[in-house]
Write a protein that binds this ligand. Structure first.
Ligand code: PPE
Length: 312
């Protein structure tokens, strides 16, 4: 087996098909259905080191989305939500992590090949590991430089974008490779109509004249859970949020502020698009207020958002 990637250093255990197995033993067969056809569904979740101990942020919502994604592909996850919850909590405890990223995955496993997956068993696994700032600490403070991808997002009539499907991420990989190859921190992907969809692994928000806009669910985006959380936080801070917006490329360039949201990316300001400075070319004041509020509640969950946290 090749050398372990740095990000997994120190990880001892993976939960796989109902058992806790050693990291090195968490293997699949090369003729696994999902490896050939991308027939898996997954989640990305974060556990935060709150003042009241480690807590998984919006676990219920992530679990709901996992089962909803699975439904689209007739993937019958052979474990109940309670069993996956228990496995995850136990895994975090065993690893002794205060904060971490959580990656549950369910996929058509080793069975006959061919496009009909119905004879393939569903395999399920959960991994946890520490994962710092996805786009870098500097990006959280100063903002990230982005470029519009030449790859368009697939329409949800082609591959459902509300489902978090492993195979569909080749679109994100292409956008990401292109952006990084051209020395940008991240891509922004337009949909088939040429309007803004999202980042390869993030939703996008725009601030104009003190009001907040984010692309609607019909724009071929993932219904991000951080997106939902930020909409609630912004509204509770008194902002008007338009969560069903159609945003054109030109509107991006002219925005007062832009920021990404995502489990991995958290709340990351965007300081430029295609070398055009956004606002003052750094984190804007509205972004700053929302980002501060976001990180504050993850440190010290207020009663108001108590049901967003599952304590480990
Ligand atoms: N859009 C896409 C395409 C996406 O992958 C994500 C999450 C989001 C929006 C934001 O959704 P949410 O996490 O529910 O707020 N991307 C995950 C994968 C990142 C990765 O590199 O892997 C994540 O953030 O966990």
């Amino acid at each position: 087996m090749s050398e372990r990637p740095e990000m997994f250093e120190g990880v001892e255990t993976i939960w796989q098909d109902g058992e806790f197995v050693d990291f090195e033993d968490a293997q699949v067969h090369v003729l696994t259905h999902a490896l050939h056809y991308g027939t898996g569904v997954f989640e990305g979740v974060r556990c935060y080191d709150t003042d009241d101990g480690p807590a998984i942020f919006r676990w219920e919502e992530h679990l709901d989305r996992l089962y909803e994604s699975a439904k689209v592909y007739d993937i019958e996850i052979p474990y109940t939500p309670e069993e996956l919850t228990e496995a995850t909590v136990e895994l975090i405890r065993r690893e002794g992590l205060e904060s971490c990223y959580i990656r549950p995955i369910a996929f058509y496993g080793y069975g006959p090949l061919g496009l009909n997956p119905s004879e393939s068993p569903v395999e399920t696994a959960i991994g946890v590991w520490p994962w710092g700032a996805y786009l870098g600490e500097e990006a959280l403070e100063e903002g990230i430089d982005t470029a519009i991808s030449s790859w368009r997002k697939h329409a949800s009539s082609q591959i459902p974008t509300s489902a978090k499907t492993t195979g569909a991420y080749v679109n994100s990989v292409l956008a990401s490779l292109e952006a990084k190859g051209n020395d940008y921190g991240e891509a922004i992907v337009l949909n088939k109509e040429g309007n803004v969809a999202e980042g390869p692994g993030e939703n996008i928000f725009l601030v104009r004249d003190g009001e907040i806009y984010t692309t609607g669910l019909a724009e071929s985006i993932l219904d991000g859970i951080t997106r939902r959380s930020v909409i609630t936080l912004a509204e509770d801070l008194g902002y008007t949020v338009h969560d069903d917006a159609t945003i054109s490329r030109g509107e991006l360039y002219a925005a007062d502020e832009l920021f990404f949201t995502g489990t991995a990316a958290e709340v990351t300001p965007i300081r430029s698009v295609d070398d055009n400075e956004i606002g003052a070319g750094t984190k804007g004041p509205v972004t700053d207020e929302i980002q501060t509020r976001f990180f504050d509640i993850l440190e010290e969950p207020p009663e108001q958002y108590d049901d967003w946290f599952k304590y480990v």
